[in-house]
Design a protein around this ligand. Structure first.
Ligand SMILES: C[S@@+](CC[C@H](N)C(=O)[O-])C[C@H]1O[C@@H](n2cnc3c(N)ncnc32)[C@H](O)[C@@H]1O
Length: 280
Protein backbone atom coordinates (compact mmCIF):
# COMPACT_ATOMS: atom_id res chain seq x y z
CA UNK A 1 0.00 0.00 0.00
CA UNK A 2 1.53 3.29 -1.08
CA UNK A 3 1.81 5.97 1.58
CA UNK A 4 2.76 9.56 0.84
CA UNK A 5 1.77 10.81 4.30
CA UNK A 6 5.33 11.85 5.20
CA UNK A 7 5.60 14.03 2.08
CA UNK A 8 2.10 15.39 2.65
CA UNK A 9 3.22 16.49 6.13
CA UNK A 10 6.45 17.99 4.77
CA UNK A 11 4.74 20.04 2.05
CA UNK A 12 2.04 21.24 4.44
CA UNK A 13 4.57 22.05 7.17
CA UNK A 14 7.72 24.12 7.42
CA UNK A 15 8.96 23.32 3.88
CA UNK A 16 5.64 24.18 2.23
CA UNK A 17 5.51 27.45 4.18
CA UNK A 18 9.05 28.27 3.15
CA UNK A 19 8.35 27.55 -0.54
CA UNK A 20 5.33 29.84 -0.33
CA UNK A 21 7.20 32.67 1.40
CA UNK A 22 10.12 32.39 -1.03
CA UNK A 23 7.90 31.82 -4.09
CA UNK A 24 9.19 34.80 -6.09
CA UNK A 25 12.86 33.96 -5.53
CA UNK A 26 12.35 30.24 -6.16
CA UNK A 27 10.49 30.98 -9.38
CA UNK A 28 13.26 33.35 -10.52
CA UNK A 29 15.69 30.50 -9.91
CA UNK A 30 13.69 27.66 -11.45
CA UNK A 31 11.70 29.35 -14.25
CA UNK A 32 14.34 28.92 -17.00
CA UNK A 33 14.54 25.19 -16.24
CA UNK A 34 10.76 24.77 -16.39
CA UNK A 35 10.46 26.84 -19.57
CA UNK A 36 13.06 24.63 -21.27
CA UNK A 37 10.79 21.68 -20.44
CA UNK A 38 7.73 23.49 -21.78
CA UNK A 39 9.56 24.29 -25.03
CA UNK A 40 10.53 20.63 -25.34
CA UNK A 41 6.94 19.53 -24.68
CA UNK A 42 5.77 21.51 -27.70
CA UNK A 43 2.62 22.71 -25.96
CA UNK A 44 -0.01 23.77 -28.52
CA UNK A 45 -3.06 26.06 -28.25
CA UNK A 46 -6.15 24.18 -27.12
CA UNK A 47 -4.31 21.42 -25.26
CA UNK A 48 -5.36 20.10 -21.87
CA UNK A 49 -2.40 19.87 -19.52
CA UNK A 50 -1.95 18.41 -16.06
CA UNK A 51 0.75 20.20 -14.03
CA UNK A 52 1.78 17.66 -11.39
CA UNK A 53 3.16 18.97 -8.10
CA UNK A 54 2.37 22.48 -9.38
CA UNK A 55 3.26 24.09 -6.03
CA UNK A 56 2.71 27.85 -6.12
CA UNK A 57 1.54 27.66 -9.75
CA UNK A 58 4.35 29.31 -11.70
CA UNK A 59 4.41 26.67 -14.43
CA UNK A 60 0.61 26.42 -14.53
CA UNK A 61 0.51 30.13 -15.41
CA UNK A 62 3.05 29.89 -18.23
CA UNK A 63 1.43 26.73 -19.61
CA UNK A 64 -1.94 28.53 -19.57
CA UNK A 65 -0.40 31.24 -21.76
CA UNK A 66 0.70 28.56 -24.21
CA UNK A 67 -2.58 26.60 -24.40
CA UNK A 68 -4.58 29.83 -24.69
CA UNK A 69 -8.30 30.36 -24.08
CA UNK A 70 -9.32 27.07 -25.75
CA UNK A 71 -6.96 25.03 -23.62
CA UNK A 72 -7.01 24.07 -19.96
CA UNK A 73 -4.38 23.60 -17.25
CA UNK A 74 -5.08 21.67 -14.08
CA UNK A 75 -2.53 22.02 -11.31
CA UNK A 76 -2.39 19.10 -8.89
CA UNK A 77 -0.70 19.35 -5.51
CA UNK A 78 -0.91 18.17 -1.91
CA UNK A 79 0.21 21.39 -0.23
CA UNK A 80 -2.46 23.75 1.13
CA UNK A 81 -0.23 26.83 1.50
CA UNK A 82 1.30 26.42 -1.96
CA UNK A 83 -2.07 25.81 -3.62
CA UNK A 84 -3.50 28.89 -1.91
CA UNK A 85 -0.69 30.96 -3.44
CA UNK A 86 -1.28 29.34 -6.83
CA UNK A 87 -5.02 30.12 -6.69
CA UNK A 88 -4.34 33.75 -5.81
CA UNK A 89 -1.92 34.14 -8.71
CA UNK A 90 -4.34 32.61 -11.22
CA UNK A 91 -7.36 34.68 -10.20
CA UNK A 92 -9.38 35.91 -13.17
CA UNK A 93 -7.93 33.34 -15.57
CA UNK A 94 -10.49 30.99 -17.04
CA UNK A 95 -8.17 28.29 -18.31
CA UNK A 96 -6.49 27.30 -15.03
CA UNK A 97 -7.81 25.31 -12.12
CA UNK A 98 -6.10 23.77 -9.14
CA UNK A 99 -6.94 20.65 -7.22
CA UNK A 100 -5.67 19.41 -3.89
CA UNK A 101 -4.92 15.77 -4.66
CA UNK A 102 -2.23 13.13 -4.35
CA UNK A 103 -1.10 12.25 -7.88
CA UNK A 104 -0.63 8.61 -6.82
CA UNK A 105 -4.23 8.02 -5.85
CA UNK A 106 -6.29 10.81 -7.42
CA UNK A 107 -9.13 9.52 -9.59
CA UNK A 108 -8.16 11.33 -12.80
CA UNK A 109 -10.73 11.39 -15.55
CA UNK A 110 -9.49 8.78 -18.03
CA UNK A 111 -8.27 10.14 -21.37
CA UNK A 112 -8.79 13.75 -20.35
CA UNK A 113 -5.25 15.16 -20.78
CA UNK A 114 -2.91 15.69 -23.73
CA UNK A 115 0.15 16.28 -21.58
CA UNK A 116 1.43 15.50 -18.11
CA UNK A 117 3.91 18.24 -17.26
CA UNK A 118 5.92 18.77 -14.10
CA UNK A 119 8.73 21.00 -12.89
CA UNK A 120 10.38 19.18 -9.98
CA UNK A 121 7.06 17.81 -8.68
CA UNK A 122 7.31 14.06 -9.41
CA UNK A 123 10.27 12.92 -7.31
CA UNK A 124 8.43 12.57 -4.01
CA UNK A 125 6.22 9.53 -4.54
CA UNK A 126 6.54 6.60 -2.12
CA UNK A 127 5.59 4.28 -5.01
CA UNK A 128 6.52 6.02 -8.26
CA UNK A 129 5.33 3.16 -10.48
CA UNK A 130 1.87 3.36 -8.89
CA UNK A 131 1.89 7.16 -9.28
CA UNK A 132 2.92 7.17 -12.95
CA UNK A 133 0.51 4.30 -13.76
CA UNK A 134 -2.28 6.32 -12.17
CA UNK A 135 -1.33 9.53 -14.00
CA UNK A 136 -0.99 7.70 -17.34
CA UNK A 137 -4.69 6.77 -17.15
CA UNK A 138 -5.47 10.47 -17.45
CA UNK A 139 -3.78 10.72 -20.86
CA UNK A 140 -5.41 10.40 -24.26
CA UNK A 141 -4.08 7.45 -26.30
CA UNK A 142 -1.63 9.83 -28.05
CA UNK A 143 -0.94 11.72 -24.84
CA UNK A 144 2.59 12.56 -23.74
CA UNK A 145 4.64 13.28 -20.65
CA UNK A 146 7.30 15.93 -20.14
CA UNK A 147 8.84 16.26 -16.68
CA UNK A 148 11.82 18.31 -15.56
CA UNK A 149 13.78 16.59 -12.76
CA UNK A 150 17.20 17.11 -11.16
CA UNK A 151 20.18 15.04 -12.22
CA UNK A 152 22.30 13.70 -9.29
CA UNK A 153 23.74 16.04 -6.66
CA UNK A 154 27.28 15.36 -7.91
CA UNK A 155 26.30 17.02 -11.22
CA UNK A 156 24.63 20.01 -9.50
CA UNK A 157 27.29 22.37 -8.14
CA UNK A 158 24.59 24.70 -6.80
CA UNK A 159 23.93 22.04 -4.13
CA UNK A 160 27.17 20.09 -4.12
CA UNK A 161 29.50 23.00 -3.31
CA UNK A 162 27.81 23.92 -0.05
CA UNK A 163 27.43 20.26 0.99
CA UNK A 164 31.16 19.64 0.43
CA UNK A 165 32.05 22.71 2.47
CA UNK A 166 29.61 21.83 5.26
CA UNK A 167 30.99 18.28 5.47
CA UNK A 168 34.27 19.78 6.73
CA UNK A 169 32.42 21.28 9.71
CA UNK A 170 29.44 19.07 10.58
CA UNK A 171 28.50 15.40 10.65
CA UNK A 172 26.57 14.63 7.46
CA UNK A 173 23.58 12.28 7.61
CA UNK A 174 23.54 8.95 5.79
CA UNK A 175 22.79 9.56 2.10
CA UNK A 176 19.24 8.74 0.96
CA UNK A 177 18.69 5.21 -0.39
CA UNK A 178 18.34 4.78 -4.18
CA UNK A 179 14.58 4.18 -3.92
CA UNK A 180 13.85 6.87 -1.30
CA UNK A 181 11.68 9.80 -2.43
CA UNK A 182 13.41 13.17 -2.52
CA UNK A 183 14.49 16.00 -4.82
CA UNK A 184 17.40 14.04 -6.39
CA UNK A 185 15.68 10.64 -6.56
CA UNK A 186 15.20 10.84 -10.34
CA UNK A 187 18.88 11.49 -11.03
CA UNK A 188 19.56 7.92 -12.15
CA UNK A 189 18.41 7.67 -15.77
CA UNK A 190 18.07 3.86 -15.66
CA UNK A 191 15.78 4.13 -12.63
CA UNK A 192 13.55 6.71 -14.34
CA UNK A 193 13.33 4.54 -17.48
CA UNK A 194 12.44 1.51 -15.36
CA UNK A 195 9.72 3.42 -13.48
CA UNK A 196 8.13 4.83 -16.63
CA UNK A 197 8.29 1.62 -18.66
CA UNK A 198 6.83 -0.41 -15.76
CA UNK A 199 4.08 2.21 -15.52
CA UNK A 200 3.27 1.55 -19.21
CA UNK A 201 4.89 4.55 -20.95
CA UNK A 202 6.68 4.17 -24.29
CA UNK A 203 9.21 6.23 -26.28
CA UNK A 204 10.95 7.21 -23.02
CA UNK A 205 13.75 9.74 -23.40
CA UNK A 206 15.96 11.66 -20.96
CA UNK A 207 17.74 14.69 -22.36
CA UNK A 208 20.30 16.49 -20.20
CA UNK A 209 19.66 20.18 -19.83
CA UNK A 210 22.29 22.32 -18.12
CA UNK A 211 21.89 25.96 -17.16
CA UNK A 212 23.14 28.59 -14.76
CA UNK A 213 20.52 29.39 -12.17
CA UNK A 214 20.24 32.63 -10.23
CA UNK A 215 20.18 32.08 -6.49
CA UNK A 216 18.61 34.88 -4.45
CA UNK A 217 17.91 37.16 -7.41
CA UNK A 218 18.77 40.79 -6.63
CA UNK A 219 20.61 39.89 -3.41
CA UNK A 220 24.19 40.55 -2.38
CA UNK A 221 26.50 37.59 -1.85
CA UNK A 222 25.83 37.06 1.86
CA UNK A 223 22.05 37.22 1.58
CA UNK A 224 22.13 34.94 -1.47
CA UNK A 225 24.11 32.38 0.54
CA UNK A 226 21.55 32.69 3.34
CA UNK A 227 18.81 31.97 0.78
CA UNK A 228 20.78 29.02 -0.65
CA UNK A 229 21.30 27.48 2.79
CA UNK A 230 17.63 28.02 3.60
CA UNK A 231 16.25 26.09 0.62
CA UNK A 232 18.72 23.26 0.11
CA UNK A 233 19.32 20.04 2.05
CA UNK A 234 21.55 21.89 4.52
CA UNK A 235 18.59 23.72 6.03
CA UNK A 236 17.59 20.89 8.35
CA UNK A 237 21.16 19.77 9.03
CA UNK A 238 22.24 23.26 10.12
CA UNK A 239 19.18 23.70 12.32
CA UNK A 240 20.65 20.98 14.57
CA UNK A 241 23.94 22.87 15.03
CA UNK A 242 24.86 25.64 17.49
CA UNK A 243 25.08 29.27 16.37
CA UNK A 244 28.89 29.29 16.15
CA UNK A 245 28.93 26.25 13.84
CA UNK A 246 26.16 27.73 11.70
CA UNK A 247 28.22 30.90 11.27
CA UNK A 248 31.37 28.92 10.44
CA UNK A 249 29.53 26.94 7.73
CA UNK A 250 27.89 30.03 6.33
CA UNK A 251 31.21 31.90 6.12
CA UNK A 252 32.93 28.92 4.52
CA UNK A 253 30.13 28.50 1.93
CA UNK A 254 30.26 32.24 1.17
CA UNK A 255 33.99 31.93 0.46
CA UNK A 256 33.46 28.83 -1.71
CA UNK A 257 30.78 30.38 -3.93
CA UNK A 258 32.39 33.83 -4.20
CA UNK A 259 33.73 33.01 -7.69
CA UNK A 260 30.12 32.37 -8.79
CA UNK A 261 29.02 35.88 -7.76
CA UNK A 262 29.02 38.58 -10.42
CA UNK A 263 26.98 41.39 -11.94
CA UNK A 264 23.95 39.11 -12.28
CA UNK A 265 24.21 37.99 -8.64
CA UNK A 266 24.93 34.44 -7.48
CA UNK A 267 24.73 32.23 -10.56
CA UNK A 268 25.58 28.55 -10.26
CA UNK A 269 25.52 25.52 -12.54
CA UNK A 270 22.46 23.29 -12.45
CA UNK A 271 21.83 19.99 -14.22
CA UNK A 272 18.42 18.52 -15.07
CA UNK A 273 16.86 15.79 -17.15
CA UNK A 274 14.00 16.68 -19.43
CA UNK A 275 12.11 13.40 -19.33
CA UNK A 276 9.74 12.70 -22.21
CA UNK A 277 7.46 9.73 -22.86
CA UNK A 278 4.23 8.73 -24.57
CA UNK A 279 1.19 6.86 -23.49
CA UNK A 280 1.37 3.37 -25.01
C1 LIG B 1 9.99 20.88 -5.28
S1 LIG B 1 8.33 21.36 -5.20
C2 LIG B 1 8.05 21.98 -6.85
C3 LIG B 1 6.86 22.88 -6.93
C4 LIG B 1 6.64 23.51 -8.30
N1 LIG B 1 6.42 22.53 -9.33
C5 LIG B 1 7.78 24.42 -8.67
O1 LIG B 1 8.57 24.07 -9.55
O2 LIG B 1 7.86 25.51 -8.07
C6 LIG B 1 7.50 19.80 -5.22
C7 LIG B 1 6.00 19.87 -5.24
O3 LIG B 1 5.46 18.56 -5.39
C8 LIG B 1 4.32 18.45 -4.57
N2 LIG B 1 4.04 17.02 -4.31
C9 LIG B 1 4.79 16.15 -3.59
N3 LIG B 1 4.21 14.94 -3.56
C10 LIG B 1 3.06 15.03 -4.28
C11 LIG B 1 2.01 14.11 -4.61
N4 LIG B 1 2.02 12.84 -4.16
N5 LIG B 1 0.97 14.55 -5.37
C12 LIG B 1 0.93 15.86 -5.81
N6 LIG B 1 1.90 16.76 -5.52
C13 LIG B 1 2.95 16.37 -4.77
C14 LIG B 1 4.71 19.24 -3.33
O4 LIG B 1 3.60 19.62 -2.54
C15 LIG B 1 5.43 20.44 -3.96
O5 LIG B 1 4.53 21.47 -4.27
Amino acid sequence: MTDNSEQIDIWNGDIGQRWTEEQALLDAMLAPLGLAGQDRAGIAPGERVLDIGCGCGDTSLTIADRVGPDGQVTGIDISDPMLARAQARAQGRNNISFRKADATTHDFEAGSADLIFSRFGVMFFDDPVAAFSNMRRALTPQGRLCNVVWRPVRENPWVLKSLMVAAEHIQMPEPAGPEDPGPFSFGDAARVERILSTAGFTEIGLEPHDAKITIGKGMGLEDAVGFLLGIGPLRLMLAEEDAATQTRVRDAVTEAVKPDFGEQGLQMDAATWIVTARNS
